[in-house]
Design a protein around this ligand. Sequence first.
Ligand SMILES: [Zn+2]
Length: 416
Amino acid sequence: MTNKISFKQSILVVCLILMSSFIVFSQVPDFPWPDGKRMAISLSFDDARTTNPTEGVSLLNEYHVDATFYVLPSRVEENIEGWRHAVETGHEMANHSIHHPCSGNFGWARPLEDYTMDRMRDELMTANKEIKRLLGVDMVSYAYPCGQITIGRGENSQSFIPLISELFLTGREWLSEAPVDPWYCDMAALTGMKMDNKDFEEILPIIEAASKKGQWLILAGHETEEASKNHSTKLSFLRKLCEYAKDPKNGIWIAPVGTIGKYVVEKRAEHLDKINIPQITRKESDNFILKAINGKGVGPNIKYMPEWEAFGWFMEDDRVEWDMEVETSGVYNVYMEWSVDDKEAGKGYVIEVGNKRQVGKVEKSGSWETFKKKLVGQIHLKSGYNRVVFKPESKFGEGALLDLKTLTFQLDTADQ
Ligand SMILES: [Zn+2]
């Protein structure tokens, strides 16, 4: 809150709009898709199926729509000319492993239960080299065969998402139930929704909902033929989809996963330091800085103010929550960074971590524009997950508590 004159008027407006209490303000702006587009779509096809470089590519080329093909080198070799034509006409070639390992429950697959991380790494690199040799392209995208993200079994099982994150720009799952949120997503775990054996009318509501939210819909299929089969994307479906996606009034950017992935990564790098996206804070050398930008503002009035990197409009029914992961349990010094107008100073606040509470009064900082950082007490943190809640100690009626920028926890005495 930085403007005293408009303060009360603004409260009135906010109160009129929000008659219900406890609304979470996400305050995330629409994703800046290029040329004013409202959403993005990627078409993707797995396994380098026979009908992809023939029927599939020729239909897509008719509409100048580029897709992503997650290929297996052995299948590419069966129609090398067809796949070279797909590359030349702009389609993305992407990694789908070398042997298509899936759970042993499928029977036909090399079982992921018997994989180790170095074996997985070797095979992924081999697939990259093989496709470079066959088609001359460097692959930046990966799709998890059968959509499976773990290797090993039981207590030895582990996710190989970190390996995909290291080796590729993007990783795509399969049979997901939601499109990708471009601000929030893990680039190595993008959702992929099934388009096999669907009619356009079945997918249209998903497109319309994704458009309202500015999302990225990655559709995933296999064969490209007219037959109604569980692993075939119908040509009639693709035709209607391409026509719809290419119609400017629908505001859709349709492009391969790698192209859109690169754009998303760039835009996030430009904007993410200004957008309040709640996320867990992890260890920084026994020193945790809980920043407003990573906190969750809960309540009828509270708002994240990017220009101050702080939560403002903090009134009696508002609070901020942070999640954090602590390595060393012990007593931590707590520093608060805040600002407050002298007339609003003096109200009680409480910092809660589990059943521990640290209570204090908001001291003067000089003005709303002047932030101050000060040791305000000590609190015990357990190792592992902790939720930190900052809120007013009691109801105070009119006015605001403070603008809150950071809470810092610095290890003082580790538990014995
Ligand atoms: Zn596959």
